[in-house]
Design a protein around this ligand. Sequence first.
Ligand SMILES: Nc1nc2c(c(=O)[nH]1)N[C@H]1C(S)=C(S)[C@@H](COP(=O)(O)O)O[C@H]1N2
Ligand SMILES: [Mo]
Length: 320
Amino acid sequence: MLIKRASDIASSEITPENLYHNRREFIKTASAVLGIAAAGAIVPACTNSAVSGMTQSKPKGKYDTDEKPTPYEDVTHYNNYYEFGIDKADPAANSGKFKPTPWTVSVEGMVKKPASYSLDDLLKGLTPEERVYRMRCVEAWSMVIPWTGVPLAALIARLEPTPAAKYVEFKTIMRPDEMPGQRPSVFGSGLHWPYTEGLRMDEAMNPLALLVTGVYGKPALAQNGAPIRLVTPWKYGFKGVKSIVKIRFTDKQPLTAWNEAAPQEYGFFANVNPQVDHPRWSQASERRIGEFYKRRTLMFNGYADQVAQMYSGMDLRKSY
Ligand SMILES: Nc1nc2c(c(=O)[nH]1)N[C@H]1C(S)=C(S)[C@@H](COP(=O)(O)O)O[C@H]1N2
Ligand SMILES: [Mo]
């Protein structure tokens, strides 16, 4: 039964996490149907790896959500990446010319090791981790995505910002030849290129912040921000700047793409907050892509335990 269930899933969707979650799903269902309480009794692979073979179970990591991952097809075909167009299908459709290799990231500003690094050199020796995170877009939809990346904190520690550095700024690549959305057009998105984002230094050092290079156990595709993008799961998706070529340490709060375009609507912090509505719509609920009903949105996207203390004493209505 387990094998049959697994073979029903497109091979492109199979990852250790996915099999793990599917098996948990199966165990839950089987337990309910058979009235058996001890899941371990049905699927010995839970406790005995000899039987697990194809279903390498991966224990839930400290930062993983155990919610069901959004199908790979949606993760790679329902995207926001305005450099490739403003419709959700545009990034997959219009990114065919985009070349993620070779890739260079320039590290600048208040830092002891400023340089132009090849992506390999930038990440050399840092340990990649796989994490399943919730992602909440400001447009009131969400996904659960298995990412692979390195903790941003580990990279920052290696680059050694000076004590004066209070923020870190990121910029997306400028390549109008490969990114039709960056060419002048009357259908412009209102954003100024290159797309820019930033974090306060304590946010950047929070263990949840990841520099992502992979999705579902494979190298990230262009539409997800190849070859390297930011993911901060307690913030709205727009903080997750894609295809990063510049990392700059500074003592001033950076101007960010959406804050610059519409400051009344998008603030610097961009923390997921169901109590503070977008001026044009509520942020109290969200629709998980692939589902029909709405869920209640959680404070800090469900990561309050890990991040709330960074904002204690701040008025989150003003600092949105
Ligand atoms: N350079 C760049 N980065 C970007 C965007 C963009 O338009 N350009 N869109 C943001 C928004 S609004 C969201 S919700 C996430 C979507 O990431 P995903 O497509 O991998 O799910 O990317 C963010 N990063
Ligand atoms: Mo978004």
